[in-house]
Design a protein around this ligand. Structure first.
Ligand code: PMP
Length: 364
């Protein structure tokens, strides 16, 4: 292609919905302290990395991996107390979100809350689904009545309900979640996105078990400290899993990912210990920020929290000048002025707290 005009001319084979969908809203920025992607601040433990590398040396790299990653799915099943036939693994839970929108296909509904995790709507938009975003209440809780009205209006569709929510970090009352989930008829697929559940104390596996159209979405990217591995999974019923599995490309989880995740699942104690440490640090940071006058730190049940500022671009630049990279959220409805900040190591959190206190004083 020699010119932009040629490029535009050959895109007739790309559906209008795909062309109209914006890129994933993330611009990589480098800084000494990375608090912008809700990752684990600590890497996968050194001794487990070494064990995984030794195991990789024994594997055949020239052979395709296990077709449906059966050993990995068995190990996830054992860890989660879940029938392995109801476990689906993909390279990151983002991929399962995409596949879930494909189950219902063009013309279905995608129902979620607002503000939300952007992947639900990007995937829905790309597919040509009809998208409904129900605003959260002013206190960031679920608007149960409005969600029930939308569900009653009928599917087919997919409900994406994060618990706890991203990017607010709030967790709903269990009775509200149950009321919404139970209002979904059989023409809905109900997804509870539990990417951050290790930090919230919530666990919706038993609600998922009650009905065949429900599913919990989990990931190795947060509490497991393995975002670079790209591994996510769904816990669901064998019949729904079997249909989801048809949409998964063959050999979709590579041998390295399978080996590392199996090692992690054989040594899972670090996950709980570290998640408890993050919760402890989160509360310590929040109490360090309780005296803020011009900024406001919102409470959270995840490994990140929102800070409301009078001028988010100035606050973002102020933190970046001090080596602290955070994420802007001020374009999202209801989040005017908000920055999203991940919990880091103890030293990183200390640096964050002092920078925010300094900014708060400057705003006097
Ligand atoms: N769900 C939510 C709510 C998230 O915040 C994320 C990560 N940003 C994901 C799913 C996707 O995680 P991954 O693809 O890394 O498994």
């Amino acid at each position: 292609l020699n010119s932009p005009a040629d490029a535009a001319g050959v895109l007739g084979g790309v559906r209008a919905e795909v062309r109209a969908t914006p890129d994933y809203p993330f611009i990589p920025v480098h800084a000494p302290v990375k608090l912008d992607q809700n990752e684990s601040a600590l890497d996968f433990p050194r001794h487990l990395r070494e064990l995984a590398v030794r195991r990789m040396l024994e594997r055949d790299w020239n052979r395709y991996p296990d077709l449906h990653a059966d050993t990995l799915r068995e190990k996830i099943g054992a860890y989660e107390d879940w029938d392995a036939a109801g476990v689906v693994v993909t390279p990151g839970s983002n991929v399962i979100i995409k596949l879930l929108t494909e189950l219902g296909g063009i013309g279905q509904r995608i129902l979620t809350v607002q503000p939300n995790f952007s992947v639900y709507e990007l995937e829905g938009q790309m597919l040509g689904a009809s998208l409904t975003r129900v605003p959260l209440r002013a206190d960031f809780g679920l608007d149960v009545a409005a969600m029930k009205r939308e569900l009653a209006a009928g599917g087919p569709g997919v409900l994406f309900l994060p618990q706890p929510h991203a990017p607010t970090g709030f967790l709903d009352e269990e009775s509200d979640v149950r009321a919404v989930v139970e209002a979904a008829g059989d023409d809905w697929i109900v997804v509870i996105d539990e990417a951050y559940h290790q930090y919230s104390g919530s666990d919706y596996r038993s609600l998922v078990l009650e009905r065949g159209n429900r599913l919990s979405l989990r990931t190795f990217s947060k509490a497991w400290g393995l975002a670079g591995l790209r591994l996510g999974y769904a816990l669901t019923h064998p019949a729904l899993a079997a249909n989801l599995q048809k949409l998964v490309s063959a050999f979709n989880v590579n041998v390295l990912t399978q080996v590392v995740a199996e090692v992690a699942l054989e040594h899972p104690a670090y996950v709980r210990e570290r998640a408890d440490e993050v919760i402890w640090e989160r509360e310590r940071v929040q109490s360090g920020l309780s005296g803020l006058k011009n900024l406001h730190a919102l409470p959270s049940r995840t490994n990140f929290f929102l800070v409301r500022t009078p001028d988010p671009s100035a606050a973002y630049a102020f933190l970046l000048e001090r080596g602290l990279l955070v994420r802007r959220q001020d374009k999202q409805p209801m989040l005017a002025g908000c920055l999203r900040v991940s919990i880091g190591t103890r030293e990183q959190n200390d640096a964050l707290v002092s920078a925010l206190l300094e900014l708060d004083r400057e705003l006097e």
